[in-house]
Design a protein around this ligand. Sequence first.
Ligand SMILES: [Zn+2]
Length: 368
Amino acid sequence: MSVGSFQARQTNSRHDGTCACPTAEQQLEFLQRIQSLFEDGNFSATYKYALLMALAELAVELGEDNGNELPLEMAKIGEKFAELYWPQTVQYVSGVAGTLCDVLKQNHGAQAGAINELLNLREAGANTLSKAKNLPNWPSAVQRITETVRTMPIKHLQVLGGRQVPFLYDYPLPHGKLVLKAGVMFNLRTFHSLIQQLARNGWISHIRQIHFNREIVGPTDDLERFMFGTSRNSLQAVLPILAKLQSGRCFYCDGDIRTGGHVDHFIPWSRFSRDLAHNFVLAHTGCNSFKSDMLAARIHLDNWVRRNEKYGAEIAGNFGEAGFVGDEAGILSVASWAYGQAVTSGGIAWVESKVTEPVSPAYLAVFG
Ligand SMILES: [Zn+2]
């Protein structure tokens, strides 16, 4: 099937003004094109992986489950880049004897420009992302990163076999924005986890191939945790804040947490890997372990939404000091997406212990 027919069928509008969701066949074709990006695309730096992850995350945070186009401001994409690269701008410490400690290179030649911009922010005194965002030179750094994204990965991401295959967005871009084509937002939302994992794996293996990094990274190191995980130290920092907010009780079973407790991502990290302040809850280690990578059941969802409504500002303030970004509206959109996907795919949610229940459409009432 040609690219042309793919575009033509997706631009069919429905009576309500929205575009029809992509058919199963169109979804499959989209996945094949994503696959060919990884197989045939030329990735000289890690920017293209970051761009794909940025587009997928923005489709979840700002989009809806329909087949429409999604216009994205370039500045939003630049900011997302800064967030994705931020954890990777500290020195990597392997622990394997004989390796050097240094910031990993993201490019075969000189260090990637986006990294240098973020390193400058760290030198200006920001040791966390939320502090970096409060620096007076944050906007200008993001502006320069945005310009790099516009002139490099956006131009090159869809080049396959030496020619532009614009299946994600039209290129050249309209001024100041990138428009995800009809059907793309829907597909990025539907296949977010898959695309995220493909991009991560590609990014990690690219990092390993860069000659400079071979002196730094041990052959068996868990780079994924370093590049995309949450640092355990920073989670420890929010534990007392949550303990106070929840009066020392488990978010899920309401039992007393006598010692320790575990900081849980309410929307599981495996589904959406962004450390937003309002997504954290404190739970018994046992409850956390039973919940694992599942969504939480409706009773917990209602409690979580209510908690954020009531304490949203307080959470943003306290967690900001601990280094986490607050985006109450953003995490609510992510939750609405995650539960919406679960309804569509017949997913289950965790109630307590080993008890689960199907995620029914009634769950979605909480999102209005
Ligand atoms: Zn519990």
